[in-house]
Design a protein around this ligand. Structure first.
Ligand SMILES: NC(=O)C1=CN([C@@H]2O[C@H](COP(=O)(O)OP(=O)(O)OC[C@H]3O[C@@H](n4cnc5c(N)ncnc54)[C@H](O)[C@@H]3O)[C@@H](O)[C@H]2O)C=CC1
Ligand SMILES: O=C(O)/C=C/C=C(\O)C(=O)O
Length: 483
């Protein structure tokens, strides 16, 4: 079982960091330290890369059925401990246990199972030439790859990266966020039980600028899959480019949710629109933080929407009735509070929420913010341009399709949009005009793991999901035979 001091997983063994330095891990709901995680350095990364280099050739030559069955075995072990994982994820991140149980941990299991199945079904490409030649394309694993994941969906995004990397035959050096290291550490322990060969999966805990940077800089690491802030993504791109490493960067968003007057605003759909702004305390890069509403229904929509937002229960993440838990860290809490203040200074009218929520008892020192809705700000204000990544949604009215598209696309980000309309032609027309990697129509966060996932502009480079991820983690070699 997990001790209060987490370990690195290097070369198949749980290890303390070489320098014996540790970071405090906080429970956001109480503000108290409950564990310590390795503050690893380049020395730990070097050891992990050495182990991965040793393991990589054999792993690459291992039949896909064996790789897939190990991923399934790991999925089984996590699934069997669903409650323990969900409780740990909640304690570490502040999200409700119920959400972790319903979303994060089942999705982590699905990620492992999905790529186990995908690798079995993956086919080589072949192109016959009329002039009497045939091409076929081999896809070799890259060798050793790096996976760096954030704190908002800790195990969900950690597995989203390591699963395709491992399935396609790479040895992995992975670093979860130092803010939420616990469930990845537990997965590491279970990977030994599952029977992964030593060195195939290495998990090194630590801070971004030290441990993470050592992964990016290491010459033997051929590709980096990263999810996190645009600022860190830019720094990773700058370090990786002169080293000619492949990068897949999944970064921030300032996503529009666009509601037309003809939308079916059933209770269920309205609940989804609310969820799209506030799920996981708004700490999902896909959250629709700009809610664009057609002018003719603006007032009536606002009334119904606010009633639902005000009914969201913010509370102890351990309670089954809680809809929103605590923000992930003191630093992030301060950032979101500052954003709300900034919105006020810009002239925004706070319609609900707007500040810290003080809870009683166990959670009296936790980092809670009331779900906040703001109106009266034009799209070019900093509030409507910067990623807040918290329980804050702005309402923006629009007149017609042209204005909706101009506002929606008027952002430096290009991750996800959602569109609510019953007009099928409009749905197709606008779907094609929205400059986002993902467009949901009459839904949100409806995920098919086969689809390309990622964004454009400051939201990302490359795509994850399905064969896109398998392509990213492999190097194509085309063989042309003349006959
Ligand atoms: N997917 C997304 O869109 C996410 C966006 N964010 C945004 O980023 C803001 C800051 O959150 P942070 O935790 O600071 O995100 P971050 O981008 O700094 O951290 C994400 C991961 O990158 C690592 N990292 C940081 N610096 C690195 C470096 N130089 N080299 C390699 N790895 C590095 C971190 O240790 C963590 O594992 C949030 O307020 C939010 O706006 C945060 C998490 C996820
Ligand atoms: O793959 C998904 O379903 C969700 C991914 C979410 C993120 O990448 C994020 O919030 O950072």
């Amino acid at each position: 079982m997990l001790s209060t001091r987490l370990a690195n997983l290097i070369d198949g063994r749980l290890q303390a960091p070489v320098d014996d330095h540790w970071l405090d891990v906080y429970e956001p709901a109480t503000g108290a330290v409950f564990a310590q995680c390795p503050d690893s350095t380049a020395a730990d990364i070097h050891a992990a890369v050495k182990a991965a280099q040793k393991a990589a050739p054999t792993w690459a030559a291992t039949p896909v059925e064996t790789r897939a069955s190990l991923l399934h075995k790991l999925a089984d072990l996590i699934e069997a401990r669903l409650d323990a994982f969900a409780e740990l994820e909640s304690r570490d991140s502040g999200k409700p246990v119920a959400l972790a149980k319903r979303l994060d941990i089942p999705r982590a299991v699905s990620n492992l199972r999905f790529f186990a199945a995908a690798i079995i079904g993956w086919e080589s490409e072949s192109h016959a030439m009329e002039g009497g030649a045939i091409n076929y394309t081999l896809r070799h694993p890259l060798g050793v790859v790096g996976c760096i994941s954030p704190w908002n969906l800790p195990l969900y995004l950690f597995t989203w990266k390591i699963a395709p990397a491992l399935a396609s035959g790479n040895a992995v050096v992975a670093k979860p966020s130092e803010i939420t290291p616990c469930t990845a550490a537990l997965l590491g322990e279970l990977s030994i039980e599952a029977g992964f060969p030593a060195g195939v999966l290495n998990i090194v805990q630590g801070r971004g600028p030290t441990t993470g940077q050592a992964i990016i800089e290491h010459p033997a690491i051929k590709a980096i899959s990263f999810t996190g802030s645009t600022r860190t993504g830019a720094s990773i791109a700058a370090t990786a480019a002169p080293r000619f490493k492949k990068v897949s960067l999944e970064m921030g968003g300032k996503n529009p949710a666009i509601v037309f007057a003809d939308a079916d605003l059933s209770e269920e759909n309205l609940d989804t629109i609310v969820r799209s702004g506030f799920a996981n305390q708004g700490e999902i890069c896909l959250c629709g933080s700009r809610l664009l509403v057609q002018h003719s229904i603006y007032d009536s929509f606002r009334e119904r929407y606010l009633a639902k937002v005000q009914a969201l229960r913010v509370g102890d993440p351990q309670q089954a009735s809680t809809d929103l838990g605590a923000l992930v860290s003191r630093e992030h809490f301060d950032k979101v509070m500052h954003c709300i203040e900034q919105a006020r200074k810009e002239g925004g009218r706070v319609l609900c929420g707007g500040g810290e929520l003080k809870l009683d008892g166990r959670c009296s020192e936790g980092w809670f913010i009331a779900p906040t809705v703001i109106e009266g700000l034009s799209n070019d204000t900093p509030t409507n341009q910067q990623e807040i990544f918290g329980p804050v949604v702005t309402l923006i009215p629009f007149e017609d399709e042209a204005e909706a598209i101009a506002i929606a696309n008027g952002t430096g980000y290009g991750l996800a949009a959602s569109l609510w309309t019953q007009d099928l032609s409009r749905a197709h027309r606008l779907g094609a005009q929205l400059e986002f990697g993902i467009v949901w129509i009459n839904c949100w966060l409806l995920r098919d793991l086969r689809t390309p996932f990622g964004g454009s502009k400051q939201s990302g480079v490359g795509r994850e999901g399905g064969v896109e991820a398998l392509r990213f983690f492999t190097e194509p070699r085309n063989i042309c035979i003349r006959y």
